[in-house]
Design a protein around this ligand. Structure first.
Ligand SMILES: [Zn+2]
Length: 475
């Protein structure tokens, strides 16, 4: 299991598809949020003394929502009541006094909220039916909530709370996230919706650690949440190949955001500042939002952490033949410089533009087979050979973005098997694509430098002082 995770990190460190990482992080966040929303815990916890954070927060939300019905009982009590009213429990005899109490409510009628847990395959109709409501109710409520987020997507594990009186749906609550709840309330023939959104409080957390096993394991040991570890790998992945470059004894320090609701942690936010020391070389990354609202990670000097070029233009590939000026050619069987790197990959594997640029050649080029050459700025060109086919719609003169699909791995030209032959030229001179120093992407504009410098100074000082505090505490 550990090694699988490690391999994921390795692959991520290796290929740097920022978009995938973001997607992965989002998935983790979704899983996290989903776990937080599992209501079975909520219901069962009501039997115990302690309220989970979710309950406390639900109670708080109720207060917000039901201002005009202050004496109405909250979800927790109602869930308890629902439990008591569950029929045919084996030890029903023991519970008889309580059951009797539940069946004989006090003179003043108490509204009974009943929770229904969303399970796989449920939709609004199945849930309404379970609650004893009709297809017409589904229709009326759907119409009324058309313009809100409520009831649009129901995920297994979520709970819908119904308040039904005399067979009529009075109120319905949908907890969309810990920060967002919608109350649907009967008003005449229709229903009106009220959305209550809350804002999480952000506070900074600090973690530091030393690499003993892997970024994932040692990050987790230092207390970093999984998505923060992924983000850390993405930020430094442009400089450090976490599969090949990382060594035992490397270290990291991270300041990241933690989201709190009513004093309880409900999730994590962005990395604010981080440092990774790789083989004695320290890389630092600082989050900064410029005056136009664009957020990026920068070195303390104000260079983007991102590079203008992907190190490897194909995913899931291995180097089958390195850059080598004195290579014996496998087909020609004589010494002939290998002026690029070969990445073995299956025919049809997508090839991405290493950087923003313009197509200056697209066609067949002798032993290279199908080739695309990109011009990047004034002095850098990249070449992609042996393609099985080109991406449709591209031609000489087309502009491409970094990471954009330009063609597919193949074995056109003089080759022994499918691979991408990739060349990187600076001022016409072939460089080793694996080791060439890659220029930074989008440096901060001059106008932003001063504002950035003061933010950077603060963040670096925080990194120092936090780690000082931790060391002092450890001693
Ligand atoms: Zn080659």
């Amino acid at each position: 299991m550990g090694s699988i995770v490690l391999n994921i990190i390795k692959v991520i460190g290796h290929r740097l598809p920022t978009v995938h990482l973001v997607a992965a992080s989002i998935c983790i966040v979704i899983v996290g949020v989903t776990l937080m929303l599992v209501p079975s815990e909520k219901v069962s916890a009501t039997r115990g003394e302690n309220l989970s954070s979710l309950q406390q927060q639900t109670v708080a939300l109720d207060l917000d929502l039901d201002l005009e019905a202050e004496n109405e009982s909250g979800l927790v009590t109602d869930a308890e009541q629902a439990l008591l009213e569950q029929p045919a429990v084996s030890d029903a005899a023991d519970e008889e006094p309580e059951t009797a109490e539940a069946k004989a409510p006090p003179a003043e009628p108490v509204a009974n909220w009943v929770d229904y847990k969303v399970t796989s395959g449920d939709n609004l109709s199945t849930l309404f039916k379970r609650a004893g409501l009709s297809a017409r109710d589904v229709h009326v409520v759907s119409q009324a909530t058309r313009d809100s987020d409520a009831l649009k997507r129901l995920y297994p594990g979520e709970t819908l709370s119904f308040l039904i009186e005399g067979g009529e749906l009075k109120k319905l609550k949908h907890l969309i996230s810990p920060l967002k709840q919608v109350l649907i309330e009967q008003q005449g023939d229709t229903y009106r919706t009220k959305t209550v959104e809350r804002e999480a409080k952000i506070q900074h957390q600090f973690a530091q650690g030393t690499i003993e096993n892997s970024l994932f394991l040692d990050g987790a040991r230092a207390g970093l949440p999984n998505n923060t570890i992924m983000e850390l790998a993405a930020i430094f992945g442009w400089d450090i190949d976490f599969a090949l470059d990382m060594r035992k004894g490397d270290s990291f320090r991270v300041i990241y955001e933690e989201k709190l609701l009513d004093g309880e942690k409900i999730g994590t936010g962005n990395i604010v500042a981080a440092e990774f020391v790789n083989q004695g070389h320290a890389f630092q990354a600082l989050r900064y939002t410029d005056s136009k609202g664009n957020t990026n990670y920068y070195t303390p000097e104000g260079n983007s952490m991102r590079k203008a070029f992907l190190r490897t233009p194909v995913d899931f590939a291995r180097i089958s033949s390195p850059f080598n000026p004195n290579r014996k050619h496998p087909v020609l069987n004589r010494i002939r410089a290998h002026k690029g790197v070969d990445y073995a990959a299956g025919t049809g594997t997508p090839i991405k533009a290493a950087g923003d640029g313009k197509i200056i050649f697209r066609g067949v080029k002798g032993g290279y087979g199908n080739v695309i050459i990109l011009q990047h700025g004034q002095n850098i060109t990249t070449l992609y050979a042996h393609m099985s086919r080109f991406k449709k719609g591209l031609s000489v003169g087309s502009r491409v973005k970094q990471g954009q699909l330009i063609g597919y791995v193949g074995k056109s030209g003089m080759v022994t098997g499918p691979h991408l032959h990739y060349e990187f030229r600076v001022n016409g001179v072939h460089k080793n694509p694996v080791t060439v120093k890659l220029p930074h992407a989008d440096p901060l504009p001059k106008a932003e430098r001063q504002a950035f410098a003061s933010v950077a100074q603060t963040l670096l000082a925080q990194l120092e002082s936090y780690s000082g505090t931790q060391l002092a505490r450890a001693e």
